[in-house]
Write a protein that binds this ligand. Structure first.
Ligand code: SF4
Ligand code: SF4
Length: 318
């Protein structure tokens, strides 16, 4: 089948599956991104996220992800919530309101790739959503889907910041986005995200010290936190942080998600995840946590960590 026909099939299928946009690029070395990562790691900005230093050759050379890899298909999935959690509740980042995007986006990527298989039965592919050492945001930029803002988010001119990036690496040649389709950075003189960050984690435009980031502190950090230390600014967040995203004028762009999986979880007692109080978290036992949150991104932090985060916020408020 011609690459033009494959392009039509892919575009149509991606839309049917609810993806916002799609673009394909040839597999190529990611030298600039690798150098940036080297510098990031040299400064230890990754904190205890040691996985960021692993598989650097695969990050640099995505062709190692699949024998005979030719193309990378990049799609955006919407997760913008209809309502934000009230600021008087223990804060949860909006990407974590519903079911973990790792499962949800991956399932739809498999369906998208499956469409191609109907026409090209011998095709081989792998699907990824933040699940492999890949420079996903740069790939999305190369595919013409947006630009990277000073806060590090991929920003789509049409769909804003609330998007997950899905990747399919495939051994087929496809119709590629022209380099001219790439969008230059449109931040201009704006620095709202840097000013809004309560911890100074955005140390310069496009540069984050993850060790200072609330998202890192509330999810990834292995450091022990002493609740009597009232020195941790976390702006009421107990899982992740949306502050530099919400500060961005581009976050007003984009439609509310129509993917049901990303709607806020409803708990066994009928209440919404967005409405739960600090006492809910502190009284929750491990068994119920695992049952209620088995498909949620909150599982990644674990109940013990979440309780520490809640205690931290309560200590800072008192
Ligand atoms: S996620 Fe929060 S803490 Fe991290 S850089 Fe953005 S505003 Fe700062
Ligand atoms: S807040 Fe301003 S500087 Fe930061 S990413 Fe958005 S447009 Fe760019």
């Amino acid at each position: 089948m011609s690459i033009e026909k494959l392009e039509v099939i892919l575009t149509h299928s991606a839309k049917e599956l609810g993806f916002l946009s799609i673009g394909s690029i040839p597999v190529s070395l990611m030298e600039k991104e690798s150098k940036y990562l080297d510098s990031y790691l040299e400064h230890s900005y990754n904190g205890s996220m040691e996985y960021m230093g692993r598989n650097r050759e695969i990050r640099r050379n995505p062709s190692l992800l699949l024998p005979n890899a030719k193309s990378i298909i990049v799609v955006l999935a919407p997760y913008k919530p209809a309502i934000k959690q009230s600021i008087d509740k223990p804060g949860i980042a909006s990407y974590a309101y519903g079911i973990d995007y790792h499962y949800v986006v991956k399932e739809r990527l498999k369906l998208l790739a499956g469409t191609l298989k109907e026409y090209e039965p011998n095709v081989k592919y792998r699907v990824f959503t933040d699940s492999a050492p890949i420079f996903e945001r740069s790939m999305a930029v190369k595919a013409g889907l947006g630009f990277i803002g000073k806060n590090g988010f991929l920003i789509s001119k049409e769909h804003g910041l609330h998007t997950f990036i899905g990747i399919i690496v495939i051994d087929l040649e496809l119709k590629y986005k022209e380099e001219s389709a790439q969008i230059d950075n449109l931040c201009g003189s704006c620095t709202r995200c840097l000013e809004a960050c309560p911890t100074g984690a955005l140390i310069a435009p496009f540069k984050m010290d993850s060790r200072k980031c609330i998202s890192y502190k509330t999810i990834e950090s292995k450091e022990q936190y002493n609740v009597s230390d009232k020195n941790e600014k976390r702006a009421g967040m107990i899982f992740g942080c949306d502050i530099c995203m919400d500060a961005c004028p581009w976050s007003r762009k984009g439609e509310v998600t129509n993917w049901e999986e990303f709607l806020p979880l409803t708990l066994e007692n009928g209440s919404s995840l967005l409405d739960v109080s600090a006492s809910f978290w502190l009284e929750l036992d491990e068994k119920r946590f695992k049952r209620e949150f088995k498909q949620s991104p909150l599982l990644r932090a674990g109940l013990e960590k979440i309780k520490k985060n809640v205690n931290n916020e309560m200590a800072n408020k008192s």
